[in-house]
Design a protein around this ligand. Structure first.
Ligand code: KG4
Ligand code: ZN
Length: 391
């Protein structure tokens, strides 16, 4: 039986990494609640996500977070049309907590369960807000850059049956990182420079005070495995990314410029400040450090920008979407927006709260699936390396 499209209340559950999240979204558009329990404080001590600790924290948080989302939305469990949950990619143990909870709830309530790819969720964070704010759709196909702590992917995306009102979406993966994700590079460089965790917001804030041309970084060209379409090489590895080299280049710079002692002093000074914030680090950074930070950010944003716009052009995309934790970056937003304006290409980012991991994006991505009655099989389980679309 198809659900009533007028009352498409979906409870979304997300636990793929270090945020336990639950949200209630109506018809892929109206966010009634969006609760996120962050584990940053737990993992900050280690400068990165510790999988075992993440699973333990999800176990502790999942029930109160889901209840809080329902309460905030003012919705009773029996009013839900479906439960949606992230099935991958992510940390297997962390994903399993959300999946087990969602499965049990769906079974107990007799409601359908919908499995969502986390990367699809990030794309739908933008689509949700576009519908909410402007009631306008982005011109299709769109090119999506999903850039976070675990992913740097380019997807060409469009609804499967546009003429029938759009039931599901199809994705073609046209670019990805061959090693580290961009957010991972931010986190590792921040850790290397004695800054806080996660590194993105620290580097974002400090880069504004440094000379972005102080240090010259270059990106290795990813060797193409030629792949021809219509006589032209449009795919291959032309739009692949690699961020492990820049992390090593920062390390080499630190070593050859005798920055170790200064870094250690900064690390200790920040550790002594309760709940230290990026602003606390400013006076602890000299011009050389700020220049290194600004140059790193400029280089990463440049690489993302060049490849995203080149891919949009090569694949004939009519709009660009940038989502995932790194999409919160202020320089990235500014430079992408400027280039999009110059190229007359519509561009959209999620609001800051929907850029990083959340469950509203999972519930929104589930709406077209609910309409198409595409439900998860009983054996739905965590898939740590779950791919999205073809390519
Ligand atoms: O999407 P997300 O919450 O989780 C994953 O799916 O990975 O992204 C987290 C990542 C972290 O690497 C974090 O450093 C980065 O997003 N991030 C940022 C900013 N805010 C968060 N990177 C650059 N600039 C920011 N303002
Ligand atoms: Zn994410």
């Amino acid at each position: 039986m198809l659900p009533n499209p007028q009352s498409g209340l979906i409870l979304g559950i997300e636990s793929s990494c270090d945020e336990t999240a639950a949200a209630v979204v109506r018809a892929g558009e109206q966010v009634l609640s969006n609760v996120v329990a962050s584990q940053i404080a737990t993992h900050a001590l280690y400068g990165g996500v510790v999988p075992e600790l993440a699973s333990r924290e999800h176990l502790r948080n999942i029930v109160p977070v889901a209840r809080a989302a329902m309460q905030e939305a003012g919705v009773d469990f029996c009013e839900l049309e479906a439960i949606a949950v992230t099935e991958g990619p992510g940390l297997a143990g962390a994903l399993l907590v959300g999946i087990t909870y969602a499965k049990s709830l769906a079974f107990a309530l007799g409601k359908p369960l919908i499995g969502i790819n986390h990367l699809e969720g990030h794309i739908h964070a933008v689509l949700l807000e576009m519908r909410q704010q402007t009631r306008m759709a982005l011109p299709l196909p769109l090119l999506a850059l999903v850039v976070s702590g675990g992913h740097t992917h380019l997807y060409l995306a469009e609804p499967l049956h546009v003429e029938a009102g759009g039931t599901g979406w199809q994705y073609r993966n046209v670019g990805r990182t061959v090693d580290d994700a961009a957010g991972e590079a931010y986190d590792k460089v921040a850790k290397l420079l004695g800054l806080g965790y996660p590194g993105g917001p620290w580097i974002d804030a400090l880069a504004k005070h440094g000379d972005p041309y102080a240090v010259k970084f270059s990106f290795a060209q990813i060797k193409p495995k030629a792949h021809r379409t219509g006589g032209q090489e449009v795919g291959g590895r032309r739009f692949h990314f690699s961020f492990s080299g820049i992390k090593t280049a920062v390390l080499r710079y630190v070593e050859t410029h005798a920055m170790r002692d200064g870094i250690e002093k900064r690390r200790q000074a920040l550790a002594a400040i309760p709940h230290a914030k990026p602003a606390d680090a400013l006076t602890l950074c000299d011009a050389e450090t700020l220049g290194l930070i600004a140059s790193f950010q400029r280089a990463v944003v440049d690489d993302l920008r060049r490849k995203a716009f080149a891919a949009a052009e090569a694949f004939g995309a009519h709009s660009l979407v940038v989502s995932g934790g790194v999409a919160a970056n202020s320089e990235l937003r500014e430079r992408f927006t400027k280039e999009a304006r110059e190229r007359n290409l519509p561009i959209a980012f999620p609001s800051l709260s929907l850029s990083t991991d959340n469950a509203a994006m999972i519930a929104a991505a589930a709406w077209p699936r609910l309409r198409a009655a595409e439900f998860a099989a009983e054996e739905l389980s965590a898939t740590a390396q779950l791919a999205l679309g073809q390519g």
